[in-house]
Design a protein around this ligand. Structure first.
Ligand code: GDP
Ligand code: MN
Length: 380
């Protein structure tokens, strides 16, 4: 789960990370009020969207007076940044930037541990840095059984050449960043740029945090930070209906019981030359209501021209799933997307008899079903 910069900064500040003290506005008038209260110029106006690279897209402006602030707020509110419309802006005291540094910690799947990343040339996106200056990036794995220690901090500070005046504030940033990462189960926590300012201190000028969705149940307080307006609308709807759904770009809507089988289904659809429109695991139960929700959700994606049910009756009985599908179709009288269905396992014969004579295309195996779905999809 992603959050906004201002939320990430508030969270980091609660862990002792120095950040500019700003506030969020949704209108030009609110922005003026915040700038008036700050009583300092320059002020920075920053678009709050979940997309990176706001600076380049015109979403970050440093202004010197109230006229400049008004113009910047007006220009940024409503701006389209890579498909996200700006509804909130962060108004902060400007920082006198002398040096921009990158500092981040990510969960690295390859090495199965948190990895601290640092680069003395921050500001631009880390992906860009990795291409242009791969040698300039320090990567420091933290073994889970050993944990983050003071020597890690010293190594990073040394690598970044942190000036003596900034050591105290840099330590506060690094300790706070790492503590946030561990305590809140983050996938990523990064500060870019971490700035050395005019008085030689370190301060977090930008912050990006994403949380591990699978650990969110341990942090009910973080759920409040979610901004549905920034997420894929179909995924928001799926979450409300407790469906495990990820939108993709293809035309074949997949409805599968079990996450592993759902992954395998996407693979086999691709194998036969089709493109899955989604990942969807409806779980072991597959009751009529869930099936109806899944069908409605998947086909509200206008790109979907075929639905492929891939059901393995291990614990769930195939006849119950068939009943669920029939009931679901009865509750969706205008449903006209072709459906291919493969049901195998417990009571598959009974299920097949129930679906015989309907418009559904029955398949005996996963491969046959996938082939058929691709064929129908490519025709339409
Ligand atoms: P991003 O482009 O979405 O990563 O947004 P950032 O918050 O990182 O801002 C982009 C760039 O704007 C930074 O790298 C800085 O160069 C500049 N910037 C951001 N805040 C300030 C500030 O307070 N003062 C000055 N002078 N520049 C800033
Ligand atoms: Mn940034």
């Amino acid at each position: 789960m992603k959050i906004h910069e201002y939320q990430a900064k508030e969270l980091l500040a609660s862990y002792g990370v120095p950040t500019p003290k700003g506030k969020v506005a949704t209108t030009v008038a609110e922005a003026e009020k915040i700038a008036t209260d700050l009583m300092c110029w320059p002020v920075v106006v920053k678009a709050q969207v979940h997309m990176g690279g706001r600076g380049k897209a015109g979403g970050v402006k440093v202004v010197k007076d109230m006229d400049g602030l008004r113009a910047a707020a007006k220009a940024i509110l409503g701006l389209d940044i890579k498909g996200s419309i700006v509804r909130k802006i962060l108004i902060e005291p400007g920082v006198d930037i002398r040096k921009e540094i990158y500092l981040g910690i990510i969960m690295d799947r390859a090495s199965q541990r948190p990895v601290i990343m640092a680069c003395a040339e921050g500001g631009v996106e880390i992906e860009e840095l990795a291409v242009t200056h791969p040698d300039a990036i320090m990567k420091l794995g933290v073994p889970p059984t050993y944990g983050f220690r003071a020597h890690h901090l010293r190594d990073v500070a040394k690598f970044l050449n942190i000036p003596a005046t900034a050591i105290k504030s840099f330590n506060a940033i690094m300790n706070g960043l790492v503590k946030t990462f561990y305590e809140k189960d983050c996938d990523l926590a990064e500060i870019n740029p971490l700035v050395i300012n005019g008085t030689g201190e370190a301060i977090a000028c930008d912050a990006k945090i994403t949380f591990d969705e699978n650990a969110l149940y341990r942090h009910p307080e973080l759920e409040l930070l979610r901004d549905d307006g920034e997420e894929e609308p179909l995924e928001v709807e799926a979450r409300e209906k407790k469906l495990n759904y990820v939108k993709l770009d293809g035309k074949i809507g997949c409805i599968v019981n079990g996450a592993g089988l759902a992954m395998g289904t996407m693979d086999i659809v691709k194998h036969f030359g089709g493109e899955p429109a989604n990942f969807l695991d409806i779980g072991g139960g597959a009751k009529a209501e869930q099936v109806a929700d899944a069908l409605a959700l998947i086909t509200s994606d206008p790109a979907v021209n075929t639905v492929f049910f891939n059901i393995f009756g291990g614990i769930v009985r195939c006849d119950l799933v068939a009943e669920g599908i029939l009931n679901a179709l009865q509750s969706l009288p205008n449903f006209n997307v072709p459906i291919v269905i493969r049901l195998s396992g417990t009571n598959e014969e009974k299920a097949r008899q129930m679906l015989e004579g309907t418009k559904l295309h029955l398949a005996a195996t996963m491969a046959e079903g996938a082939k058929k779905a691709v064929e129908i999809s490519n025709r339409g």
